[in-house]
Every structure is written in structure tokens, then in C-alpha cells.
Write a protein that binds this ligand. Sequence first.
Ligand SMILES: O=C(O)CCC(=O)c1ccccc1C(=O)O
Ligand SMILES: [Mg+2]
Length: 361
Amino acid sequence: MGANADCDLELAYRRFSLALTSPLETAAGSIDAREGFLVRIVDGTDTASPTAGYGEATPLPGWTEPIEDCEAALDRAERALAGGGPEDALEAVAGNGAARHGVSLALADLQATRQATPLYRYIGQGPMIGRVPANATIGDGPPDETAHQAAAAVQRGFDCCKLKAGRRSVEADIDRVRRTREVVGPDVELRVDANEAWTFEEAARALDAVADLGVSILEQPLPAGALAGHADLRERAAGTVSIALDEGVLEHGVDAICEAQAADAAILKPMALGGIDIARKIAAWFAELGVTPLVTTTIDGVVARTGAVHLAAAIPNVPACGLATGELLAEDLGRDPVLFESGAAVVPQAKGLGVEGVWQE
Ligand SMILES: O=C(O)CCC(=O)c1ccccc1C(=O)O
Ligand SMILES: [Mg+2]
């Protein structure tokens, strides 16, 4: 594809590092900082008041390409956009989840901004949405700390908490959930995410216990490869607890998961899937086949987090999503346009993403 005569798009990116206030403990390891690239695409033909779009490429080990590959892909995209157009830039980052996320988000933000449309309406063509429900994210800490953090989240207005699990024995995790249920009471939704930690026998024990504790979703109890195992857990749960796949979504894709009847819900991480455009199509496909799509960040900066909020707003009737992760960061790329009120993210209604002031010269 040749250069587009109507526009002269220029891509630039810069590296950042954001510390977490305290490490997020998970069964797959501890996350203590997030390093990535802020992406900007400017239309150079608009010399009077240049329009810009912003994206973020924040790789996470085990979930996306390594940061070196991400940088190399962004470098290719910069040259592809200068010598060609948007399609060439997207082709240059294909297969690199984080890099494609950054470039596609910057392009979508630019286009939605030009059309004076909030990003979620630009990508979804759907109705106006005021808020999307969100869960609080609670790390895999000791029982007291877990219960205390959940109680504090409820104090801040959340009515859904997702507890990370799987670093301890199943019995210790059941104790963590029991203590948490005791302090938050019966009306708060509790979910458990084991990040692939358990054997089938362990997962079955955990499932029976968390069912009695009123847990709504058990996320990725078994390794990603275990499609039949998750299908067996679904049968065992018999509708009491929903089984969600997260790592398994990346490994198997929509059709294999639905065919195996391995999930009630699917966790979609736009950073890992390659962008909110791709994630939105996957969400619609899952929904069509009766699996409930959910959105979560990978503990990203404000640009990617806000992109995830727009994605969630483009999914009809989305349940509580893992969007409230900005509070885990000690620093950010700029001011957060998303407020949380009564456990819901207030969706920005300004044009584009609605993120401003992230690219100081
Ligand atoms: O869903 C949430 O509440 C926040 C996101 C989250 O838990 C997460 C963040 C980074 C990497 C993996 C995961 C996960 O869901 O497994
Ligand atoms: Mg998960």
C-alpha cells in the first residue's frame, strides 16, 4: 500500500517505567513494576492544530512478547507508517500483542478524535454507556491482609472483589476466602483467580469449598492446556460457581474452548490479545457462543487502562471487569480520566480515549 495522500501520519514512542505501590502477588509470580512504551501518532498535514492519538505498549512476561521484541516491532511500525499507511503499521506489529495494542490504540484514538466520538462508540458502534462495573483486585497475600484489603475495597465502593490465589495450599486459600467472606458479608461478589496453580484434585477441593462460600467465578484453576479438566470442573460445579479461562483463552482460542465446553466466562486482556479492536471481536464471538466475556488490564498505565474501559463499554451487558488497577500503581503516565463510583468505572464521553497531557515535550 502506498502513502495516503489525505494524511501524513507520524508515529513516535517513548519508554516508561511505573512502580507499583506494593508488589501484586500472584501464583505466577510477583508484579512490582510495569515497563513499556507510550505511543503517539500525529497527523502532520493538520499543521494548524495537529490531531494526535495515543496508545500504550506494556509487555508482561508470560503474557506478551518480551520488551525487546516489542520495541523492535514499534520501530518497524514507525517506518511502515512513514512509508505507507495504517495497514502497513499494523502489519509491522502483527503477532506482537503489546506492540499491536499500542499502535492500534493510537490509530483508533486518532480516528475517534477526528470524528469527535468517544472511543467505545467508534469501536463498537453501540449505544451510549455511562458506566461499566468493575472488580477490586486483591493480591495473594496472607489471610489477614486479604480480608483487610477486601474490606477496604468495599469501603471504597466496590461490590466485587477478585482474590488472587494459588501460592499456598488449597486449605490456606480456602481459609483466605472464608476470612474474606466473614468480613465483607454475604452481599459482596467474590471471585478467585488461581493463575493455573492447581492440579485437578486440588481444584476440585477448592471448587467445592468456594461454592459453599458463595464465590461467583473461579478463574483459571488449572494449567492453560487443561481444556477437558476445566470442562470436568464445570460439570462438577453444576452452575454454582462459574469457571473462567484467562491464560487458556490465549492458548486455545474461541472455537476450541466452546467446543470443549470448558468455560462459562472468558477473560480478555487487550494487551495480550493485540488490541481492543481484536478483543472486541473475540468478545462478540464468545458471547454469540454463550460464553460471557470479561475485560481486564495487565496492570497498565492510564492510556491502556482507559482503552480497556472503552472496550468494556463496547461489550453489551458486561459483568464486573478488572479495570480498577490504577490504584495499584505508585505513579502513572498522566491524569486518570476514569473515576470509580460505587464500584463502577465512569466511562469518558469526550472524543477519543479522553486521555490528555501524557506526552510532555
Ligand atoms: O482482573 C483483575 O482484577 C486485574 C488483572 C489481573 O488480575 C491480572 C493482571 C496481570 C496479569 C494477570 C492477571 C490475571 O487476571 O490473571
Ligand atoms: Mg487471570
